[in-house]
Design a binder for this molecule. Structure first.
Ligand code: EAX
Length: 328
């Protein structure tokens, strides 16, 4: 019922906007773009590039309003917003996306990609395009693959260099069942949570740790609430620029092309920022007082999470996994 009321209200507002538009044809259409990270993050660099590109290409027909820091809600809530048309564009990790587009779960398997080059190459190739195309079957428009980065573990209890050290820790994970399964296999207690709640949960000790790329740890100042960082690089975290079909399906081909170009410019800018922060960020975190474990033997971690692969293929088959691996 609540949703119907909301849709009715929005439809009314749109009608009013259209009526006004006919009076002043020059008024720019505002595009609301949301993401969960701070305005100093790699997502904000991407959001700025999206804004600059779309406003330039459309010669002012569209104007982009950026909403960083989870102002429009967590990633799952924003994806729902795209489906019902309350949000126009979202930059999100694939964390909660599998709940909507199960095909993307393959990308969240731990230790799937060996480095940034391989991950970017897969996302820019056929596998990435197929997954973007699949999104339209789930009331979403996949505009471009962007990037969050390789995820590393932090916690407030002890330095972690082996799965044994991590055992028993309560760790916030994304709302992603492939991740949760993998952490359970590692002996960690996974606690799924939307990103905007994570800082407070760490501060209050609801959870002992979390895992995120260096970029996110820096942009969120997690050093204030976490003492230990381990460069586990246990999973590559893709990000994607998503659009609302309610907006995009109503546009001309030319206009839609501007959105696609803006999304690509956003992804390129974000990837560049991820690469830059990957090394500089670790230095900064050390200066802020975190202990940093750099020499992590990944083999025991890989061994520990192996059952997660079996569970994934039992449910979704091995075709996508084989295609990703063939790209190595
Ligand atoms: O997309 O939820 C997370 O940990 C994500 O890495 C973050 O929101 C960026």
């Amino acid at each position: 019922f609540a949703r119907r009321t909301l849709v009715t209200a929005i439809t009314g507002a749109t009608a009013a906007a259209l009526a006004m538009g006919s009076l002043s044809a020059q008024a720019a259409q505002t595009i609301n773009l949301g993401h969960t990270l701070s305005d100093s993050s790699h997502y904000s660099v991407g959001a700025d590039a999206f804004k600059e590109t779309l406003e330039r290409l459309s010669d002012g027909e569209f104007e982009v309003a950026e909403h960083p820091s989870g102002a429009l809600g967590g990633e799952r809530a924003m994806i729902e917003g795209l489906q019902i048309g309350t949000v126009d564009v979202v930059i999100t990790s694939t964390g909660p996306l599998g709940n909507f587009v199960p095909g993307t779960y393959v990308l969240d398997l731990p230790f799937l990609f060996k480095d940034y080059d391989q991950a970017r190459c897969v996302l820019d190739g056929e596998v990435g395009q197929d997954l973007l195309d699949q999104m339209s079957e789930h009331d979403l428009v996949g505009l471009a693959w962007s990037e969050n980065g390789f995820r590393h573990m932090t916690n407030s209890k002890r330095p972690v260099t082996s799965p044994g050290d991590a055992e028993g820790l309560k760790v916030r994970t994304m709302e992603n069942k492939v991740h949760m399964e993998a952490f359970e296999q590692m002996g960690v207690h996974p606690t799924p949570m939307a990103f905007p709640e994570v800082f407070t949960a760490l501060q209050q000790g609801t959870v002992d740790g979390q895992e995120n790329p260096i970029t996110v740890i820096v942009a969120t100042k997690f050093w204030e609430v976490q003492d230990h960082l381990s460069l586990t690089g246990h999973v590559y975290s893709p990000a994607v620029v998503l659009g609302s079909p309610i907006l995009l399906d109503g546009l001309s081909e030319e206009e839609r092309g501007w959105f696609e170009q803006a999304a690509q410019a956003s992804a390129d800018a974000t990837r560049e920022e991820v690469s830059r922060l990957e090394s500089e960020g670790v230095e900064l975190l050390r200066e802020k007082g975190m202990t940093v474990e750099t020499e992590i033997d990944k083999a025991p971690f890989q061994e520990a999470v192996k059952p997660a692969y079996q569970i994934y293929t039992d449910q979704y088959g091995s075709e996508m996994l084989d295609r990703v691996r063939a790209s190595d």
